[in-house]
Design a protein around this ligand. Structure first.
Ligand code: ATP
Length: 267
């Protein structure tokens, strides 16, 4: 479970460039729930994920994993709980290492205290089996340098690496945005399979309202550092993209319109 209580983040505090990026986020995600996160540019989506991961320090409020208060814990103290996949396929893997070496690093996280990062045939079999799920032929490229793979192939491996880790939380920050539509669909499919198999608690940021409604069981929308709606259950099941746009319009009492082309075009 992830709980954020009155979470605030201010960048450049006290400077003319001060920016209130999160303004009191109250959010509880039970273990095993898959939440999609939408919002216009600069709404605070990445800041929220990065603060939960410990890369950004909150200025006020609390973050709990289950009943454990992790607010003051640095990112390194949270890596056992969290797996992440980023928008940039280069961000989650090491280009100079081979596919199997990258996967061994993720696998090693789950086997602490053992000589698990030394590659052996059992591990290679696990990696081959995982990679064959992708139907990209990567099970035959264990010894290829990661840097030689395409963006989509690399993102697929990042995702499988998150499944090899022992973590219970998966944070996906627009992880299909840089991919072509066919590869993006494949990655989303594998994402859903991994989430279901591991019963992960998931936050997936997306600019596509359609994707946000089609995946997971709950959708939140951020705007100017606040959650402006939180949809789940039957209400969400009957929603279409136009309904999300209407909700956004209703939440903006000042009549402001959504002017994020990416969000709208990615409908
Ligand atoms: N390190 C930083 N220093 C100063 N301001 C920052 C920093 N990181 C983010 N911001 C600002 O905080 C606000 C929220 O940014 P954030 O990246 O979380 O938005 P986002 O919803 O992920 O947007 P996008 O969809 O464009 O990626 C923005 O105004 C952004 O410019």
């Amino acid at each position: 479970m992830i709980s954020c209580k009155d979470l605030h983040v201010t960048f450049n505090r006290g400077l003319p460039t001060e920016k209130l990026a999160l303004r009191g986020i109250d959010l509880t995600i039970p273990q095993g729930e898959f939440v999609t996160v939408i919002g216009s540019n600069g709404a605070g989506k990445s800041t929220l994920l990065n603060t939960i991961a410990g890369d950004i320090k909150s200025t006020k409020g609390q973050i709990l994993f289950g009943d454990r208060d992790v607010t003051k814990l640095p990112a390194t103290g949270r890596t056992a709980d969290i797996a992440r996949v980023f928008q940039d396929p280069l961000a989650g893997t090491c280009g100079d290492l081979t596919v199997e070496e990258n996967m061994a690093l993720a696998y090693g996280r789950g086997q602490r205290g053992r000589l698990s990062s030394a590659l052996n045939s059992k591990m290679r079999n696990v990696f081959r089996e995982q990679l064959s799920r992708l139907n990209l032929g990567l099970e035959n490229r264990l010894e290829s340098e990661m840097g030689l793979l395409s963006g989509g192939q690399r993102q697929s491996v990042s995702l499988l690496m998150s499944a090899l880790q022992p973590s219970s939380i998966l944070l996906l920050d627009e992880h299909t945005a840089a991919l072509d539509p066919k590869t993006a669909a494949l990655i989303l499919d594998i994402t859903s399979q991994i989430i279901a198999e591991k019963q992960l608690t998931v936050m997936m940021v997306t600019h596509s309202m359609r994707q946000a409604l089609d995946h997971g069981s709950r959708t939140i929308m951020l705007h100017e550092g606040k959650i402006i709606f939180d949809l789940s259950g039957e209400e969400r099941a009957g929603y279409e993209v136009k309904d999300l746009l209407n909700l956004f319009a209703q939440a903006r009492t000042d009549g402001e319109e959504l002017d994020d082309d990416k969000l709208l075009l990615g409908a």
